[in-house]
Design a protein around this ligand. Structure first.
Ligand code: SF4
Length: 340
C-alpha cells in the first residue's frame, strides 16, 4: 500500500493505529506531496520508531517509478511509469505560457475499444488505484520542478469505468494536504458512461467534463466508439446537459476530425444542432494517426470551415492547437509520436 493513494482520514486512522498522535498524518502527507519524498528514512521530523513501523507494514510513500521519457522540441514530454506489479502507463506533460498540464491515465489498457485509438487496441488489463493516478501528476511536477496547474484524465483508459479511484484521485489532487490544484483546473474526459456522468454531477466537485463526441449520428458513433451501442447519443447528451445545468460548468464536446468520415456538411449541420442552446463548447481536434487504423486527419481548411460555421451559428468552438509532438489530443489520442 502507498501513502499517496490515501485521504487524510485514512492516513489519520493509520497513524493512530501505529500509536502516534493524529497530527503526524499531515506531517507524513507533507513529505509525500509537498517535499516529494517517498523514503520514510528521510522524513526527519517523524520519530524513528514510527518510520520503522511504516516500513515494517510494507508501506511506501509513492506508487510509481520512472521507466522512460521522451521530450519534444516544444517541451511536451511523454513519461512511461512502472506500476508496483511491473505493468506500465503513460502520462504527458504539456507546458504552455500560463498553464502546466498533465494528461494522465486511469487504466492499463481500455475495454471501450474505440476504432481510432491505440489504447483500445491493447484491450483492458486493470484499473489504476487512486495513488497510481495521483502519482503521475506528482512525479511529473517533481521532474519538471514546477507546479502543475491543470490535470486531465485523458490518457489511457475510460476514467468513468474506474469511477471510485478516479474521483478519489481528483479529490487528492484538489485537497489542501494533497497537490492543492483548483477543481476548476481538473478535467475528466469520457467516451460517455451515462450513469457515471449523472453520479459525477452530484459529487459536489467543480470538475470539467469533456465528452468524446466524434460523431453526430448513432450509426457512425457506434462504429467509432462501441460504447455508443449501450449509451446512445441522445442519452449521452442528456446526461451532459444535466451535468452542465447542475455544476454550471461548460461541457467540452471533443470532435476528432477524420477525413471523409465525420467532416461533411451533414455532420456540421447536426453538430450545430446538438451543441446549440446549452452550456457547451466544441473542440475540433486534428487526428493523430494510429498504426493500423484506417483514418486520416481532415485538412486544415476543413477544420477552419467547421470552426467558422459553428461560430457563425452561435456555438462556442475552437481548434485544438497542434503541439510539436501532437500529444495534446482527445481520450486515447494521448499516444504521441515520441518514442520511448
Ligand atoms: S479513446 Fe479512450 S475510451 Fe476509447 S478506447 Fe481509447 S482510451 Fe478507451
Amino acid at each position: 500500500m502507498q501513502i499517496i493513494g490515501l485521504n487524510l482520514e485514512e492516513v489519520e486512522a493509520l497513524v493512530l493505529e501505529l500509536g502516534e498522535p493524529r497530527y503526524r498524518a499531515r506531517q507524513l502527507l507533507d513529505w509525500v506531496y509537498k517535499k516529494g519524498i517517498d523514503d520514510f528514512g528521510q522524513m526527519t521530523n517523524l520519530p524513528a520508531l514510527f518510520r520503522h513501523r511504516l516500513q515494517a507494514r510494507g508501506l511506501t510513500g509513492g506508487a510509481l517509478t520512472l521507466a522512460g521519457a521522451a521530450e519534444a522540441a516544444d517541451g511536451t514530454k511523454k513519461y512511461l511509469f512502472r506500476l508496483p506489479d511491473d505493468l506500465c502507463v503513460e502520462a504527458v506533460y504539456i507546458p504552455e505560457e500560463k498553464r502546466k498540464t498533465v494528461c494522465f491515465s486511469t487504466q492499463v489498457g481500455c475495454a471501450v475499444g474505440c476504432a481510432f485509438c491505440a489504447t483500445g487496441r491493447q484491450g483492458f488489463q486493470r484499473n489504476l488505484t487512486a495513488g497510481e493516478i495521483v502519482d503521475q501528476v506528482r512525479r511529473i511536477g517533481l521532474d519538471q520542478q514546477t507546479r502543475i496547474s491543470h490535470a486531465v484524465a485523458m490518457g489511457q483508459g475510460e476514467p468513468l469505468a474506474n469511477y471510485a479511484a478516479t474521483v478519489k484521485a481528483l479529490r487528492l489532487l484538489n485537497a489542501d494536504y494533497g497537490l492543492q490544484m483548483a477543481a476548476r483546473h481538473l478535467t475528466i474526459s469520457t467516451s460517455g458512461v451515462v450513469p457515471a456522468i449523472y453520479r459525477l454531477a452530484d459529487e459536489g466537485l467543480q470538475l470539467n467534463l469533456a465528452l468524446s463526441l466524434h460523431a453526430t449520428s448513432d450509426e457512425l458513433r457506434s462504429q467509432l466508439i462501441p460504447l455508443n451501442r449501450t449509451y446512445p447519443l441522445a442519452q449521452v447528451l442528456r446526461a451532459c446537459r444535466d451535468y452542465a445545468a447542475k455544476t454550471k460548468r461548460r461541457v467540452t464536446l471533443e470532435y476528432i476530425m477524420l477525413a471523409g468520415v465525420n467532416d461533411g456538411e451533414a455532420d456540421l449541420v447536426r453538430l450545430v444542432e446538438l451543441a446549440s442552446g446549452w452550456l457547451c463548447h466544441v473542440n475540433l481536434i486534428p487526428y493523430n494517426p494510429v498504426p493500423a487504423a484506417p483514418y486520416r486527419p481532415s485538412p486544415l481548411q476543413t477544420r477552419r470551415r467547421f470552426l467558422a460555421f459553428l461560430s457563425a451559428h452561435g456555438v462556442a468552438a475552437s481548434i485544438r492547437q497542434e503541439r510539436g509532438a501532437e500529444v495534446n489530443a482527445a481520450c486515447g489520442q494521448l499516444r504521441s509520436h515520441l518514442k520511448l
